[in-house]
Design a protein around this ligand. Sequence first.
Ligand code: PRT
Ligand code: ZN
Length: 295
Amino acid sequence: MILLTLLKYFCAMLRIAIQKSGRLHDESAALLKECGLRFAGADRKLVATVDNFALEILYLRDDDIPQYVADGVADIGIVGENVLYESQINAELKLKLGFGKCRLSLAIKKDTVYDGIKYFDQKNVATSYPNLLAKWATNNSLTIKIHQISGSVEIAPGLGLSDAICDLVSSGSTLISNGLKEAEVILKSEAVLIAHKALNADKQEIFDKLIFRINSVLKAGKHKYILLNAPEKAKNDIINILPGMKSPTIVPLAQEGWCSIHTVIEEDRFWEIIEKLKNAGAEGILVVPIEKMIL
Ligand code: PRT
Ligand code: ZN
């Protein structure tokens, strides 16, 4: 035990801060696990050590993460862009992570006639995001009376506390169930990886290895491996449809005049490509998830 503590003291170690519990916790932890890291969960713990990588995990409230990273208590962190920008803290955004997507929006009572952003001039708006709202108002030459509240912002107009709210929206159901409608999106947000401005060389080396793994996981999530059978005579048409990483792998089938074609396609283009492949004569199409993608 003493030896292990001493080893940890002398070996360079990177510290990442992730949310202890809440909307970003599960996907932040899952991303690190998909990077092959083994560590204990956040139950009753503030810090977990990764067994097989020079990384320590700090479990924190999301609002505290930018400051911890700016101060260098944590070297890197995963947090929503909304929290990062609202904090106005100087931490470097390194990578967008593609989860925790939401938008910071202005919403008004559903029966209010809305004819553009001028509506908000001189209005009372309740929000937990006073800095982002004030910046948006200034950029749009509007004067907004901002009422900062820390929770349940969506009930403010119903209580007569404000004319409108500025809050996070994802599905929109909270607005609907409070008799509100979305009027303007002021920020689109997702979880991001942030880093301290000046990592030392040892920490930077560990960080580069981690970023490499994260990129491989994120790329894999956006692609699918596709296998299909095709008549030889349709081969060239099918190859032209496939936007593979390099060129597709082609294997002859036991049945004369047929081959099997394998390649990687982007998930976004999946349905459009599948339709074209079928029309070109492809059969027995298999689509398989990719775990890691190293280019
Ligand atoms: O305890 P801690 O301080 O760590 O967590 P928290 O309670 O402050 O934050 P948490 O866990 O609620 O959210 C963490 C992060 O998730 C946010 O900072 C955003 O980056 C992201 N995120 C994504 C969201 C939402 N979607 C979201 N829908 N955060 C909050 N909401 C809330 C919103 O405030 C509103 O009350 O969900 C409601 C609206 O949801 P819909 O689906 O009804 O539109
Ligand atoms: Zn929070």
